[in-house]
Design a protein around this ligand. Structure first.
Ligand SMILES: [Zn+2]
Length: 72
């Protein structure tokens, strides 16, 4: 889902809801920023840098945790 938000394939409503939630939720804001940084990096290097997968996993894991208490 987070990947969808940061990709061009995200529909406007989902992206807007995620943005609105992230604006009030620090963990999600950080996770979203991390995911975007990851996405930009992957676009730039074409998937050659594997180290960023760790950052992506951390971001997605964080989102899963906070999503339990308040759906994004
Ligand atoms: Zn959140």
């Amino acid at each position: 889902m987070l990947d969808d938000v940061v990709s061009a394939e995200a529909d406007a409503l989902s992206a807007a809801r995620a943005e609105a939630h992230a604006a009030e939720c620090t963990p999600c804001r950080l996770a979203l920023a991390a995911a975007r940084a990851y996405h930009r990096t992957m676009l730039r290097v074409g998937g050659a840098v594997r180290a960023t997968a760790t950052l992506r996993d951390r971001a997605l894991g964080l989102l899963r945790e906070v999503r339990g208490s308040r759906p994004i």
